[in-house]
Ligand binder design. Structure first.
Ligand code: DC
Length: 211
């Protein structure tokens, strides 16, 4: 089974995706980490992002590795976050990363794939699609608690990234028509996790039997 978990930054997607994957014994696919790796490599190597996207080795296991180097912390740097949002508008970068993401999922197994375009572009046939949102203020509060950056600055950067992610020509951030929209404002993330895990179990139980 594939669960597509999409939504804007700060809605709690990563925490929720990881916890849902743990609860169900699925593999977690953090597609944002792939965009971040391309951004980091482009920034530090001074290479064109589209070239980087087709040439670098990205491993997403317990740690995020870029050409064998653990970059789990480096890709969360605010400068890399901003660059990731900029390079994510480039059609060649998206095409290269979407191809990699499809290859991973197609290799088999059960996945919780987290991103912006999983339910709309990467894996539209996902059996469960969830679009997780929260108010801009709640998202910025969570993000600033995570990174330690000031709230006002986090909110301002988030507004800029939201505008870019939502207005780009290629795969703008939007919910798939058949996605379940969940607003996590005021909810504990454990409640969101439980709700998604329950939906997934229901869908698995209601799968048509193979004849
Ligand atoms: O989810 P995140 O904050 O780690 O994502 C980093 C950037 O990558 C963000 O600006 C949006 C972009 N992204 C995307 O365009 N498509 C995805 N499937 C995942 C992330």
């Amino acid at each position: 089974m594939v669960i597509a978990l999409d939504g804007p930054a700060g809605a709690g997607k990563s925490t929720v995706a990881r916890a849902v994957a743990d609860a169900l014994g699925f593999t977690y696919l953090d597609t944002g980490a792939m965009y971040r790796c391309v951004a980091l490599a482009a920034l530090t190597r001074g290479e064109a992002p589209d070239r980087v996207a087709t040439s670098v080795r990205i491993e997403l296991t317990d740690a995020v590795r870029l050409d064998g180097v653990d970059v789990s912390a480096a890709i969360r740097d605010p400068e890399v976050s901003a660059e990731a949002s900029r390079i994510a508008v480039l059609p060649a970068v998206r095409a290269a990363l979407v191809t990699r993401q499809r290859e991973l999922i197609a290799a088999g197994g059960d996945w919780v794939a987290e991103g912006r375009d999983i339910g709309t572009v990467v894996w539209p046939e996902a059996e469960l699609k969830v679009f997780l949102t929260a108010s801009p203020e709640a998202r910025a509060r969570r993000r600033s608690a995570q990174t330690g950056a000031p709230y006002e600055q986090t909110l301002a950067e988030q507004i800029e990234r939201d505008a870019r992610d939502g207005s780009r020509a290629q795969s703008p951030l939007r919910a798939a028509a058949d996605a379940i929209c969940l607003d996590s404002t005021g909810l504990r993330l454990s409640e969101v996790v439980a709700a998604i895990a329950r939906l997934a179990r229901e869908r698995m139980a209601n799968r048509p039997a193979l004849s």
